[in-house]
Design a protein around this ligand. Sequence first.
Ligand SMILES: C[S@@+](CC[C@H](N)C(=O)[O-])C[C@H]1O[C@@H](n2cnc3c(N)ncnc32)[C@H](O)[C@@H]1O
Length: 491
Amino acid sequence: MAEACRIILNATFLPSLHSLHKTHKKVSYSQPFLHKRHPAIQCSISTSSDTKAAAKVSETVPWGCDIDSLENAEALQKWLSDSGLPPQKMAIQKVEVGERGLVALKNIRKGEMLLFVPPSLVIAADSEWSCPEAGEVLKQYSVPDWPLLATYLISEASFEKSSRWSNYISALPRQPYSLLYWTRAELDTYLEASQIRERAIERITNVTGTYNDLRLRIFSKYPHLFPEEVFNMETFKWSFGILFSRLVRLPSMDGRVALVPWADMLNHSCEVETFLDYDKSSKGVVFTTDRPYQPGEQVFISYGRKSNGELLLSYGFVPREGTNPSDSVELSFSLKKSDKCYKEKLAALKKHGLSASQCFPLQVTGWPLELMAYAYLAVSPPSMSRQFEEMAAAASNKTTTNKNITYPDIEEQALQFILDSCESSISKYTKFLQASGSMDLDVTSPKQLNRRLFLKQLAVDLCSSERRILFRAQYVKKKNPFFFCSMILLI
Ligand SMILES: C[S@@+](CC[C@H](N)C(=O)[O-])C[C@H]1O[C@@H](n2cnc3c(N)ncnc32)[C@H](O)[C@@H]1O
């Protein structure tokens, strides 16, 4: 599925008001739709940390189905084959990993190409709107692909059976597993130890900001096309949740992003390397198996080499501990304010687009050269001030300078600097994992109790896997102080 890129959701989503005025042409609109639209409930994402918000079970949109329901899957399969999907060797079934997934009906060979979803069944930025006037407005405002697709999905959903995507939308989860649905109190309580909490807050803020931007600049000007009872924070939370967990980037189409019905029923496995792409010769979205499957076995693809935290953030699940070779943990490092050369070091970092506090990923196989360079800078004495610049450049992933720098005299201190940060992080994880047994949020119904247990389990799984990487770094350093230096080169 698509790389859920942070910059996609920043405030540059929409052109500035100034350029909007320049590009906005007058268009005429047909009056209230011929089709009756389905109004959606209204409520807002809470980023406040009050406990009442934690107790509140989020409202859901009135379309889609339960996340584990096969209710609408048969209708989806029939509609897809009537609309040009060739006969398939897989069917949608209930599965153990991922609730619903595609299961082999026949023997599937390693190296076999599957799916062949034609472009006519793919939802992309140029798809036709059931309300063409709404699509026209967004085009004039040059709305980028992600917010455009989010709006498109809501618009089509609201047209119910009149939309050509109605069978697809009915089979989508009404509430995707997504950190967008976690309240601020839940994020604070369950993900306090992990940097993923920051990423989730940032993402929720970006989604909220994007919706508010669209509302202010476009929806409020065309209320007959974008009525608030349909286009509101709750429906945007749903549509972004769907995009984060199902949108694919197709490398052979210049990285175009698209929703690919049917293909998006495939679940992720860390043990396979195969991914979705457009195949020019068969003119369809395909993937090539990298292992054989027997009838009854679930077929998997890879959503990309993502850490457990990234998988939780976009897809709402955490793989079983120790099964993800791409797992990593983000660690935050800071220059000491008491450092005699604090100002000079900070200036060198700033020159290369870095700041006094930086996050770096620590993997099971080692850590990036950039982190070692940052550690050298953090521990280097005033006598090495001439090297600050070189260290800061190597610590930045924006420069192409040599990153493989070594300073034998301060190597031990630099490694200790990294391990001290591991240690303080480990103690945060341990505190959370020990407390998780007795942890409680306001619970007033069985539904909330299930939710609480579910979120807690996800957080425990994430924190255990992140702590495991930190323990490994500590262990390797203690066993063989020079081993980690060679591991750094593996990344
Ligand atoms: C692209 S959809 C796959 C189809 C999905 N299972 C469905 O029924 O609609 C991605 C979602 O599937 C689930 N999923 C995919 N791979 C999974 C895995 N390895 N473990 C648990 N859930 C998974 C997650 O809920 C994720 O957000």
